[in-house]
Design a protein around this ligand. Structure first.
Ligand code: G3P
Ligand code: CA
Length: 252
């Protein structure tokens, strides 16, 4: 079957909201997810890591310091401690009271309101930690609306073993020598390089497409860059400005 992440000829770029609409609302909160959904994002990207008691939470950094009113490493904080934090006031007073969502809360919100999740397993996860993520996705009945990505190859191998039904993407900040061979070995649906990495060798897009692998590029916020990436033939763009990318698509 054709890979549903591949962009048909002439179709708009797939819009992926980086950490939600994170230029307009505090990243990785349900508020950012709501703005991203209203912007018409095809996918909402997040970052997942476990609390001390093993609950998958949505947070980018290894610590809560930058994006909450607390301090400390997420892996040292319990879910009760994480739920008590304010994850909005650092961004703007209007968002005071926003919480760090658990993965379950985020998925429940997407299921009831609409939207698909590009879930980034952030950093190395053990098999048991990946199993907990898979358990949550299944419990929320969202396996058909989640696409998993990671920089961590072992986490992708765990995901493939535990949940072969989930499409996988490999994040890269430099290109591998042979992205097609690696994609085949890992069973990838997508190979997701940074814009800087892809620009060193844009011809990998055609090679990956020939192998049925999609290409989603991060994190790109300007129309000049969207135009260039469209010319490379990429399938989608991960952006902090999903409304602007959707508008740019509509104007093409
Ligand atoms: O989705 C790609 C991008 O999110 C990877 O970088 O640091 O924002 O997680 P980072
Ligand atoms: Ca990310």
């Amino acid at each position: 079957a054709p890979n549903g992440l591949l962009r048909p000829e002439g179709a708009p770029l797939t819009v992926i909201a980086h950490r939600g609409a994170s230029a307009a609302a505090p990243e990785n909160t349900l508020a950012a997810q709501e703005v991203a959904r209203r912007a018409g994002s095809d996918w909402i990207e997040n970052d997942v890591q476990p609390s001390r008691d093993g609950v998958p939470f949505v947070l980018h950094d290894g610590t809560v310091d930058r994006t909450t009113d607390g301090t400390g490493a997420i892996r040292n904080l319990t879910s009760a401690q994480l739920k008590a934090l304010d994850a909005g006031s650092w961004f703007a007073p209007h968002f005071t009271g926003a919480r760090l969502p658990t993965l379950a809360e985020q998925l429940a919100d997407l299921r009831s309101r609409g939207g698909n999740l590009l879930l980034e397993i952030k950093g190395a996860h053990s098999r048991d930690e990946v199993a907990r993520i898979v358990e949550v996705i299944r419990a929320e009945r969202m396996t058909t609306r989640v696409f998993v990505q990671s920089f961590d190859v072992e986490s992708l191998r765990h995901t493939r073993a535990l949940a072969p039904e989930l499409p996988l993407g490999l994040l890269r900040s430099t290109l591998d020598a042979d992205p097609v061979a690696l994609s085949k070995e890992l069973g990838l649906a997508a190979y997701n390089p940074s814009d800087g990495a892809l620009t060193t060798r844009p011809s990998v897009v055609a090679d990956l497409h020939a192998a049925g692998v999609a290409v989603m590029v991060w994190t790109v916020d300007s129309a000049t860059a969207w135009q260039r990436l469209e010319g490379y033939g990429v399938d989608g763009v991960i952006t902090n400005r999903p409304a602007e990318l959707a508008g740019w698509n509509a104007a093409q």
